[in-house]
Design a binder for this molecule. Structure first.
Ligand code: NAD
Length: 487
């Protein structure tokens, strides 16, 4: 059993709130415990972070980047250890856990380049008068993260927020707190000063105390849409800068002319990767049907690819029993509403040592009704709902009617069709023949509609803007003969 702790002022300490145990989704066994952080724990930690932020914010960008480079080396050294921990507590495979951490390291690499890329700007704006930008940290900022990427999602925030000079307070998901202690160790070893990086364990009450704390200037949140909305509203009402990323129901438009191998592999991988617990996973297939049966054949190809995935080896587990119940319930409801189960992942074959885990194999529902739960609601599991359309326009209209707007992909070999989907789709991240269209740095990550509350994106340059502010300094050193309003 791992005793998972808070990390405050460079030391591991226990919170003083209620104790909670952590179960592995793979085995159902208890693997750790932690204590929630009370409002007093949070206040004490923020005081230390505030003090640390004064010196850290004044440290030259190049020195801050040197510590980020140290962190990169340590993370790569500890990749296996961190990935095993991520896998044990979140249920994903070790390979997926590694890939997630590597994606987080890409954000870190972007943050290390800020010392070279972010030159600010200075120009003579009037005779003898110079104006310049200075990018400054906000002070103490916080990040609140979901269960599904215990290392990657925090790494969307930590390198940029620390890199621009803030003290960062992280509240990991109470479902997957254990990885945070490994990350805290690596950040400490990289040389970040005590108090510049803090971990506070907890759930709703800890989040509320963070949102209400007057010395925290900005909050980045990633999680489900209802909580994202609450966090955005409460934090904004407290005068904070808030960017809250929410849930998703990502459609893939399948055209009859799609390349069979790219489409069937891309779509099967998209809805089954990380057992469908990715905010970028495909969860509804908008199949545009044709007279020659090409789309029908592609659907069969997706079913065959998904059927061949070995549950427990190539695909991980669901986070909890509640998740499993939610998904099996949704499958039963869809069946009652007339959907056909093309691939049934209920009660998959699984080895004895994993038999107490939360397992659902890849599941594909066909003939799903457009307005139904299976077509519209985020279910967050390896479930693909197929809604059939007679033409592209109707598929595009369905996409536009979604409450979510994270990702939308199209599989086609027709450039004009791809361009039309890219133009008319209402989602924030579009894929063409890509099942999981996650942008890579310097391109930023963020959706639209209820998939994001707030302005800008969480990574890339808009992430830099979110975690920092621009000061404008106007200077004159000598009197000039031709005076104007600025002179
Ligand atoms: P969640 O919303 O339940 O929890 C997210 C965070 O909020 C956790 O730290 C949790 O402790 C905290 N929290 C839970 N209930 C709260 C409450 N009532 N008040 C305040 N804070 C609360 O999300 P989850 O189940 O951990 O993660 C899965 C969700 O995250 C899915 O909806 C998924 O789509 C979404 N997600 C979105 C993105 C994105 O980039 N848009 C990325 C990853 C995950």
């Amino acid at each position: 059993m791992i005793q998972c702790l808070n990390f405050v002022g460079g030391q591991f300490v226990a919170g003083s709130g209620a104790a909670q145990t952590v179960k592995s989704p793979l085995t159902g066994k208890e693997i750790g415990t932690f204590r929630h952080s009370t409002a007093q724990d949070i206040d004490a930690a923020v005081k230390i972070a505030k003090k640390a932020s004064m010196a850290w914010g004044k440290t030259p960008a190049k020195e801050r980047a040197t510590l980020l480079l140290n962190l990169r080396t340590i993370l790569l050294r500890d990749l296996e250890t961190i990935a095993s921990q991520v896998s044990a507590e979140s249920g994903k495979t070790v390979a997926e856990a590694k890939a997630g951490l590597m994606k987080g390291i890409e954000v870190l690499e972007f943050a290390t380049s800020l010392q070279n890329a972010d030159q600010g700007g200075r120009m003579q704006v009037s005779r003898g008068v110079f104006c310049e930008y200075r990018r400054e940290a906000l002070g103490v900022v916080a990040g609140i993260t979901p269960f599904n990427f215990p290392a990657m999602v925090p790494m969307w925030m930590i390198p940029i927020a620390l890199g621009v000079g803030n003290a960062f307070v992280w509240k990991p998901s109470d479902k997957v707190p254990l990885t945070s202690n490994l990350l805290a160790k690596t950040i400490h070893e990289a040389g970040f000063p005590a108090g510049s990086f803090t971990v506070l364990q907890g759930g709703r009450e800890s989040v509320e105390a963070i949102l209400d704390h007057q010395d925290i200037s900005a909050v980045g949140f990633v999680g489900s849409s209802p909580i994202a909305k609450k966090v955005y509203e409460r934090g904004s009402a407290q005068g904070k800068r808030v960017l809250a990323l929410g849930g998703a129901k990502n459609p893939i438009i399948l055209m009859p002319d799609a390349d069979p191998e790219m489409a069937t592999r891309g779509i099967a991988d998209s809805f089954t990767g990380c057992a469908g617990q990715r905010c970028m996973a495909a969860s509804v297939l908008l199949a545009v049907m044709d007279q020659e049966g090409k789309t029908e054949k592609l659907i069969q190809g997706i079913v065959e690819k998904a059927r061949s995935i070995q549950v427990g080896k190539e695909m991980g587990a669901l986070i909890s029993r509640e998740s499993l119940d939610r998904l099996t319930g949704a499958i039963a409801t869809a069946e009652k509403e007339g959907a056909k189960v093309l691939l049934d992942g209920r009660n998959p074959k699984i080895s004895t040592e994993l038999s107490e885990g939360n397992w659902l194999g890849p599941t594909i529902l066909d003939q799903v009704k457009p307005g139904s739960t299976a077509a519209c609601d985020e279910l967050f599991g390896p479930l693909l709902s197929i809604v059939r359309f007679q033409n592209l326009s109707d598929a595009i209209s369905f996409e536009a009617s979604s409450a979510f707007g994270n990702a939308c992909s199209v599989f086609t070999q027709n450039g004009a069709v791809a361009e039309r989907v890219a133009n008319e789709s209402t989602a924030g991240m579009i894929g063409v023949n890509i099942g999981v269209p996650v942008p890579r740095e310097p391109f930023s990550f963020g959706g639209t509609k209820t998939s994001k509350f707030g302005v800008g994106d969480i990574t890339g340059q808009t992430g830099v803007e979110f975690w920092s502010q621009l000061k404008k300094v106007t200077v004159k050193w000598a009197e000039t003969s031709d005076k104007n309003w600025m002179s």
